[in-house]
Design a protein around this ligand. Sequence first.
Ligand code: GRF
Length: 199
Amino acid sequence: TRLVVLVSGTGTNLQALLDAASAPGYPAVVVAVGADRDDAQGLKRAERAGVPTFVVRLADFADRGEWDAALAAAVAAYDPDLVVLAGFMKLVGTAFLARFPGRIINTHPALSPAFPGVHAPRDALRYGVKITGCTIFLVDEGIDTGPIIAQAPVPVRVDDDETSLHERIKSVERALLVDTVARMAAFGWTVDGRKVTIP
Ligand code: GRF
């Protein structure tokens, strides 16, 4: 199974996939890593692993639609079976979604449908939930709204701040992502009642 992973930030979820994929028997391989910014640390992680990288910056395009189409073309050049958004901080648009129907997953640091958006650990703390977690889901047009593939719980501690809680979630999230991608690669998955399998 060919994975293209998109990142914006530190890329520890990407690193977990790179590490897993380097082990014999893991059913997926990271064929390329893309970013929306040149300084994404995840690009360095890919280079260290010998994986090709590309950057498609919104600022280089006339509008979001053109950026989205260019991003889709850059990803499609690597012929992925599955596109993994791993800390990719921009919403992909209709052109991107149409190019990889049912084949884009994202990871979110909360138990969806709770706390969508970019401040999920902070929002969970403010609400006062005692258990939060992480969610792997199929990407649709919404913000963190697509069909859920996998979830794992993470306890909130009384002395947590946003950083400590997010780090505890991320350690669970990395393992869940590695495991979920392996299961999808090995067994396929279902979108709108249709089975998606990797050729
Ligand atoms: C993850 O918690 C992801 O769910 C969120 O941002 C974080 C990315 O972490 N959207 P990293 O870049 O993989 O370290």
